[in-house]
Design a protein around this ligand. Structure first.
Ligand SMILES: [Cu+2]
Length: 689
C-alpha cells in the first residue's frame, strides 16, 4: 500500500500540469534549498537560481540557509557556513580535494568549481561524517556527477544559456553517450561578466571571465563494476575590488581515475570504491593586466602554484541487514611554490624565474563509519578517524623583500589527529519526518594560510600554530506531511585552539605595536598573525514550506549564529547576522511565477581586524531587505525558459562579511564591496535524452 502510494506520488511529480493541484511540483527557480534528511541539503546546480549567482562554487552555496560569502569582487568569494570559513569547510570535487594557491586567498577551492558542470551539490552539516577527509569541523560540501549505468545504446545533450545585466553571458553544454558497456561524457562551461554597479550606480571593479572543460570515459561491463578516467581543464581571470591586484590566471589541470565494484550476491563485502587524482593549479595575480595606471615592472606579478595528489579506497562491509560498516583509507599530498617578478617582456619577467617551493603537506587517514538499524525506524551512526599529518616549512625568508630570515626555515611538524562522532536518528511516527541528535569531535590541522604566510604576536612565523579542536552537538528534525514541510537544525560548538587571524602592526624589530590595519607611514608595518583561542558558537537554520492552495506555495527560512571568543571575552569575528527569507510561488505545471524577500539584520557583534584566512571584521553593518522576482515557462518536455529581476528596488547594500573596498583607479572606493544593484537575467535550459 505504502509503495503504491509512493509510486503514484512519483508519477504525479513527473507529469507537468497534470495533477498539480494534488502534489507539490519540484522547485523551478532555486531560492533556498531545504534540509530534507538529517543534516543533509542537496541542490541541483543546473536549475536557475535567484539571485543569479556568479558561476563559481561559493555563490551557488549562498542560496543554502546558513551560508554566506565573503565578497571580494564579481566572483571567487569565500564560502562561510555558520561563521566558519577556509578549511573548516571541506569541499570536494567528485571526491577530489583541491587547494588554492593564492597567499592572499583569491582562490578558495570553490574558485575552481564550475557548478553547472556538476549534477548535484550536497551539504553535510557539522562534524557528522568521517568519510570525506579530515577537518570538516563546520561541514562538508560535495560537488558530484551522476554515474548511472546506461540501459541502452544512445546519446543525450544538455545545454543552457544565460544572459544578464552588466554583460553577463554564460553557456553550458553537456554531451554524453555510450552503451551498457561503456560511456563517454564531455562538458564545457563558459561565463563572462562585466563590472557591475551597486544600487547607487557606483561601478564595482568586478568583471570576470571563466571557462572549464571536462571529459570522462568509463567502462561498465556489468551492473556492479565501473572504471572511469576523467580529465578537467579550466582557467579564468577576475577583477578584485578589495585589493591592489587582480587574478589574471586561475588555471587548473586535473586527471582522475575511479573504480567501483559492487557485490551482486549477498556477502560480507558489499562494495569497494577506489579513486586516484592529481590537481595542479597555477595562479597569477598582478597589478597591471586588469586595471589602469600601474607599472608592469618590479614586483608587479605573483605566481604561486600547488600540486595536490591523493587517493582513497573504501570498502562497505555488510555484517547483517541491520549493520553496515564503511572502512577506508585516504591520502593526500601537496606542494606549494611561488615566484614573483615583472610582467612578461619586462626586466625581471616572472615567467623566466624559477619556482621556489615554500611548503609541503602530507596526510594519511584511516576511517570507519558504521550504521546500525536497531528497529526499522531508529538507527545509530558512528564514526572514527585518525589522521597522520606532516608539514614542512621551506621558506628562507618571511617578507616580500626577502630581507627577514624565517625562524622556522626547514622545520617539519608531525601530528596525529583523531575525529569521531555518534548520532541517533529516529523516524517520527507515520513516517512524516526524522529526529536526530549527534555529538561530533574533529581535529583540524592548520592549513597553508594559517601556517605558512602568517606571523604570530611574538615571532615572524606562525608555523607552530596548534591544531584546532571542535566538539559539537547537532540536534534537529525534518518534517513533511501533506501541504506542510519543514526542518530545524541546531548546533552548539566548543572550539579549543580556534585559529584566529588578526591584523596588527609590528615595528622593525618585529615587536607588535597594536592591532590595526592602518599602521601609518613606513614604520611600523602591517602584519597578519594567527593566535589559538577558545571559542563557542551556537545557532542553526530553520525552514518551512506550506502549499496553502493547490497551485500556491509559501516558504520561509531563518539562519542565525552567535559566536564568542572565550579567551578575550569578546564576540567571535566574521559571523554573519540573522537572516530570513520568505518566498512565494505560483506554479500551474507550465507557468511558474515567484518572489523572494531576503531580510538581513544589522550585525553589532564584531571585532575589528579579527577573523580568518579569508576575511577580517571591518565594523558594524546595517541590515537590509532585498526583493527579487522570477518567472519560468516549461515550454515543452526538456525546455525551460526562466527570467528574473534581482534586487527589484535597487537597494545599495553590502553583506556584513564583504571585504573592505580598495581604491582602484577609475572606481569609487566604498567601505565594503557592495552587492549588485537591480539586475535582470534570462536563462534557457534544454535537455535531450
Ligand atoms: Cu592571488
Amino acid at each position: 500500500m505504502q509503495l503504491k502510494r509512493i509510486a503514484i506520488c512519483v508519477a504525479l511529480a513527473f507529469a507537468p500540469g497534470a495533477f498539480a493541484a494534488e502534489t507539490s511540483l519540484p522547485e523551478v527557480v532555486v531560492t533556498a534549498p531545504a534540509m530534507e534528511q538529517p543534516l543533509l541539503v542537496t541542490t541541483d546546480p543546473r536549475k536557475p537560481r535567484q539571485p543569479i549567482p556568479a558561476h563559481d562554487g561559493a555563490e551557488y552555496l549562498k542560496t543554502i540557509p546558513g551560508f554566506s560569502v565573503i565578497r571580494k569582487g564579481g566572483s571567487d568569494g569565500d564560502p562561510v557556513f555558520r561563521g566558519m570559513a577556509g578549511s573548516r569547510l571541506n569541499i570536494l570535487l567528485d571526491g577530489e580535494q583541491i587547494l588554492g594557491g593564492c597567499g592572499g586567498r583569491m582562490d578558495p577551492p570553490t574558485a575552481y568549481v564550475f557548478p553547472s558542470s556538476y549534477d548535484k551539490i550536497t551539504l553535510l552539516k557539522g562534524p557528522q561524517t568521517v568519510l570525506h577527509g579530515p577537518g570538516n569541523s563546520a561541514g562538508t560540501v560535495l560537488f558530484e556527477r551522476n554515474l548511472a549505468r546506461r540501459s541502452d545504446k544512445g546519446a543525450g545533450f544538455d545545454a543552457s544559456a544565460t544572459l544578464g545585466s552588466f554583460g553577463r553571458a554564460d553557456v553550458m553544454g553537456d554531451v554524453h553517450g555510450g552503451s551498457p558497456d561503456w560511456y563517454a561524457r564531455g562538458i564545457y562551461t563558459d561565463s563572462h561578466a562585466g563590472d557591475y554597479s551597486d544600487g547607487n550606480g557606483i561601478s564595482v571593479h568586478s568583471a570576470y571571465s571563466r571557462w572549464s572543460a571536462n571529459a570522462a570515459i568509463g567502462l561498465t561491463p556489468n551492473d556492479g563494476t565501473r572504471v572511469e578516467l576523467s580529465m578537467a581543464k579550466s582557467d579564468g581571470h577576475a577583477a578584485y575590488a578589495d585589493r591592489s591586484v587582480d587574478g589574471s590566471k586561475f588555471a587548473r589541470d586535473n586527471v582522475g581515475l575511479k573504480a567501483d565494484w559492487q557485490n551482486s550476491n549477498h556477502g560480507l563485502l558489499g562494495k569497494v570504491e577506489a579513486q586516484l587524482f592529481r590537481n595542479y593549479i597555477d595562479h597569477v595575480m598582478d597589478s597591471y593586466s586588469l586595471r589602469a595606471g600601474n607599472p608592469a615592472g618590479m614586483m608587479a606579478a605573483m605566481n604561486p602554484d600547488r600540486t595536490t595528489t591523493g587517493g582513497r579506497v573504501v570498502g562497505t562491509l555488510n555484517f547483517s541487514d541491520a549493520t553496515q560498516l564503511k572502512l577506508g583509507l585516504d591520502t593526500q599530498s601537496n606542494i606549494h611554490t611561488g615566484r614573483s617578478g615583472a610582467a612578461p617582456g619586462y626586466m625581471g619577467d616572472y615567467t623566466l624565474l624559477a619556482r621556489v617551493e615554500d611548503a609541503n603537506f602530507q596526510n594519511h587517514g584511516l576511517f570507519g563509519e558504521v550504521t546500525h538499524h536497531y528497529t526499522e525506524a531508529a538507527r545509530v551512526i558512528g564514526g572514527l578517524r585518525t589522521d597522520w599529518w606532516k608539514a614542512q616549512d621551506k621558506r628562507a625568508t618571511v617578507d616580500m623583500m626577502a630581507m627577514i630570515a624565517n625562524p622556522t626555515q626547514n622545520q617539519s611538524r608531525r601530528d596525529t589527529l583523531t575525529s569521531s562522532f555518534i548520532r541517533y536518528e529516529k523516524d517520527v511516527s507515520g513516517n512524516t519526518g526524522t529526529f536526530y541528535a549527534g555529538l561530533g569531535h574533529t581535529e583540524r590541522f592548520p592549513d597553508y594560510w594559517e601556517l605558512v604566510n602568517k606571523e604570530t604576536a611574538t615571532t615572524r612565523s606562525s608555523f607552530n600554530t596548534r591544531p584546532e579542536k571542535t566538539t559539537q552537538l547537532d540536534v534537529g528534525v525534518t518534517y513533511k506531511q501533506g501541504e506542510i514541510s519543514g526542518s530545524v537544525s541546531g548546533f552548539y560548538s566548543k572550539i579549543s585552539d580556534f585559529i584566529l587571524v588578526e591584523q596588527g602592526c609590528k615595528n622593525m624589530m618585529g615587536v607588535l605595536t597594536g592591532l590595526s590595519n592602518n599602521c601609518g607611514g613606513m614604520i611600523p608595518t602591517p602584519t597578519s598573525m594567527t593566535r589559538n583561542i577558545s571559542a563557542t558558537t551556537w545557532g542553526g537554520e530553520a525552514s518551512a514550506a506550506w502549499q496553502f492552495a493547490p497551485q500556491w506555495k509559501l516558504d520561509g527560512s531563518l539562519a542565525y549564529v552567535r559566536g564568542s571568543n572565550d579567551t578575550d571575552g569578546t564576540a567571535l569575528a566574521q559571523i554573519a547576522p540573522l537572516e530570513g527569507r520568505i518566498g512565494a510561488a505560483y506554479d500551474n505545471g507550465v507557468w511558474n511565477v515567484g518572489g523572494l524577500l531576503r531580510m538581513v539584520a544589522a550585525q553589532d557583534r564584531f571585532v575589528a581586524n579579527q577573523g580568518n584566512i579569508a576575511g577580517q571584521d571591518i565594523g558594524r553593518s546595517n541590515g537590509f531587505n532585498v526583493l527579487s522576482l522570477n518567472a519560468a515557462w516549461r515550454a515543452s518536455k526538456g525546455v525551460l525558459l526562466s527570467a528574473g529581476v534581482d534586487n527589484l528596488t535597487n537597494q545599495t547594500y553590502a553583506e556584513h562579511l564583504s571585504k573592505g573596498g580598495m581604491a582602484v583607479s577609475g572606481f569609487t572606493q566604498t567601505t565594503r564591496v557592495n552587492e549588485m544593484g537591480r539586475n535582470l537575467w534570462l536563462k534557457a535550459n534544454l535537455k535531450i535524452d
